[in-house]
Each structure stands twice: as C-alpha cells, then as structure tokens.
Design a protein around this ligand. Structure first.
Ligand SMILES: [Zn+2]
Length: 158
C-alpha cells in the first residue's frame, strides 16, 4: 500500500498580462454572460470555446422553472460547438460570471462537476489538452487541461 499525491499546476494572471488570443476568448465569455437566462439564480455565466479552426462558440446558462431542466454555460457552449463542428477539436474554454449584483465576480468560478465531465469528453476526442480559463475581474486562472480539473474521472471509452 502507498499514498499517491496529485498536483495541480496552473497559471495566475491578470487580463493585461495575457496575449490577444486569450483576451479575445475572455471578452467573448464576458459578452456571453450578458445573454444568460437566469431568472432564478440571478447568477449569469458565459462560456466561450475556441475551436481548432479558429471559430469561437459561446454559451450562457439557461435556467428553467423545473430547475434540473436548465443547463450551465459550459455545457450550453460545448454541446452547441460539437453539434455545429463535430470534427473540430476544442482548444480552450473561457468562463466568466456576473453575480447577483450584476458585477463580474472578483474571483473566478470553476465549472461544476457535470460540466467537467462533459468537457472531458471533448478533450478526450481532441486527443490534446483543452485549456480552461477561469475569469474574475481581479484574478484569472489558466488550467492547462480539463483532466486537471477532474482527476480519476469516470471513463468508459473501450
Ligand atoms: Zn456546470
């Protein structure tokens, strides 16, 4: 028997420190959260996915009066992206949220467990890491891959 340790290495940055491609994806996620439908939580989340063909696909959380029928911004974006471009690899996803006061959250939010599982599917299809960019108005965190956010994930790909 032995103990095994997992390490998560990621980048902390400010918006101004990032290159124009990262800034553009963040801008798209911020813009997407203005199109969120969140009459129940009043928590507006946007996600923007950069595809290998240069397309940026956005999504926003879509709530429903039957709460479990709604979906998160990340899944709204990744399902739409894969439905439009089933043969194109995902390269990165940026996620930006505004709180109930209407202002962007200071510290970034991270995808929920279900979204991590959904995004991992597309990272597995891509056969290369999908960068996850978590956006707050003070701090931006860049996680190198979805797998980093979901260690020991469920998989059934045989
Ligand atoms: Zn989610």
């Amino acid at each position: 028997m032995k103990k095994i340790q997992l390490n998560l290495e990621f980048t902390h940055a400010t918006y101004d420190e990032l290159d124009s491609q990262h800034q553009a994806l963040i801008d798209a996620a911020r813009e997407a959260n203005t199109r969120s439908y969140a009459p129940y939580s009043h928590f507006n989340v946007g996600a923007a996915i950069l595809l290998d063909n240069g397309e940026v696909i956005t999504g926003a959380n879509q709530e429903n009066v039957a709460y479990p029928s709604g979906t998160c911004a990340e899944r709204s974006a990744c399902f739409y992206a894969h439905a439009q471009f089933p043969d194109v690899r995902f390269k990165a996803i940026a996620i930006a949220a505004r709180g109930t006061d209407g202002n962007e959250v200071a510290d970034p939010i991270a995808p929920c467990g279900a979204c991590r599982q959904a995004l991992l599917e597309y990272e597995t299809l891509a056969q290369s890491p999908v960068e996850v960019i978590l956006v707050g108005n003070k701090n931006i965190l860049i996680i190198p891959s979805v797998k980093d956010l979901l260690p020991l994930a469920f998989a059934h790909f045989e």
